[in-house]
Design a protein around this ligand. Structure first.
Ligand SMILES: Cc1cc2nc3c(=O)[nH]c(=O)nc-3n(C[C@H](O)[C@H](O)[C@H](O)COP(=O)(O)O)c2cc1C
Length: 169
């Protein structure tokens, strides 16, 4: 898929077919995520790949807006490593870039995905860290639920000239 087309047609997908995602595709998603830009090229991310049905079914108990995980065959938790990037703000920004790459790669591969916000919501961060056994230097930033899409979404109109400021506000 052409890049601009992928950016404009990607939508959050929350309904999934009952179909596994091949390991080869999972690796492609992770590779795309790891090619995101990062401040000083620290690449401070780690990815927790969750494809165990029992663990996926636990996620809605740890995150209030994650019911689609009951149907998703896969979720990837994007985490940042404070030992690689001590500035928490940069951890969040770098992991957000990796998350967006993941979403776009999923769309390109014919998958559907949705970003589930974790950072900076302390309760979600604490519950997920505990459940997935994250070390203290690892911050969970986002979760991405992924599967073969079972819904179609139209492209909304979002271009807004009022938000553009040339040369000064
Ligand atoms: C930081 C962030 C947190 C989000 N958290 C959730 C979430 O917890 N649950 C959910 O269903 N969608 C979540 N979303 C997806 C947004 O609802 C979605 O991106 C937005 O409605 C725009 O729709 P689109 O992705 O189809 O363009 C989140 C998106 C971002 C960027």
């Amino acid at each position: 898929m052409e890049t601009l087309q992928a950016i404009l047609t990607r939508r959050s997908i929350r309904k999934f077919e009952n179909k596994e995602i091949a390991e080869e595709l999972i690796i492609k998603l992770l590779e795309a995520a790891m090619y995101a830009p990062s401040a000083r090229n620290t690449q401070p991310w780690h990815f927790v790949v969750i494809n165990d049905r029992k663990k996926l079914d636990e996620i809605p108990r740890l995150h209030p807006y994650a019911d689609m995980c009951y149907d998703a065959p896969l979720a990837i938790m994007v985490c940042g490593d404070l030992n690689l990037e001590p500035l928490e703000g940069y951890i969040a920004i770098n992991c957000a870039a990796a998350t967006q790459n993941l979403l776009l790669a999923a769309h390109d591969l014919g998958l559907g995905a949705v970003w589930l916000g974790v950072y900076p919501r302390k309760e979600r961060m604490e519950k997920l860290s505990k459940f997935f056994g994250l070390p203290s230097n690892i911050i969970p930033v986002s979760l991405v639920a992924i599967g073969y899409p079972a819904e179609n979404k139209e492209k909304p109109e979002r271009f807004n000239p009022e938000r553009i400021h040339y040369n000064s506000w």
